[in-house]
Design a binder for this molecule. Sequence first.
Ligand SMILES: C[S@@+](CC[C@H](N)C(=O)[O-])C[C@H]1O[C@@H](n2cnc3c(N)ncnc32)[C@H](O)[C@@H]1O
Length: 207
Amino acid sequence: MSRATMSNDDRERWNRRYREGAYLGRTHPSAWLVESLARLPAPSDGARALDLACGRGRNALYLARQGWVVRAVDISAVALEALREAAEAEDLRVTCGEWDLEASPGDAAGITPDGPAQLALVIRYANLPLIRAMKDLLCPGGVLIAEMHRVTEQDVAGPGGTRFRVEPEELLAAACDLDILHAEDGHYGDPDGKTVALARLVAQRPG
Ligand SMILES: C[S@@+](CC[C@H](N)C(=O)[O-])C[C@H]1O[C@@H](n2cnc3c(N)ncnc32)[C@H](O)[C@@H]1O
């Protein structure tokens, strides 16, 4: 199957899932995001953050409430519309962009038209070329917070098969242009009671 066909399939699949109500109840921000942000200095006025593969935007909304100016990107127009409405209702600084991060993970001008950001999130979305592109999406000193489902033998929640899972070493290798501040992997309990296998890191663009 060609890359373009795969992307169209992914777009339709995700739009269908969101129309059917996927993740409607998942409004809590990522625990890894909350924990990692607490270790970082508070954002300066107007500091910009990217939420890449944002979905309905639970993490983008959380960041905007903390004072970040957020650019949220996803392949699903349905999810982005839900995020736009939620951000408007709270008068939060969030702009949305529909973008295929698999077809064009390194197109900084398309992903972040206002220039490199101080913070980037990639939460529960496996895309190693996107991690390799962080040197172009983050400004010097900018921080990446990433969390991807990891390969596991155990029966856990999240994507079946391995296409949307990574080995922890692959995530670390993809971040080789960045300084790793924290990394961990294992099995974790989500607030909905499900167990997930995750690889996590916080890394900083040097400079
Ligand atoms: C499991 S959800 C995670 C959403 C959000 N990061 C969160 O933590 O709630 C994965 C997201 O990846 C998005 N996605 C899948 N393929 C994509 C692609 N090629 N480009 C951009 N986004 C994509 C989906 O639309 C979906 O919103």
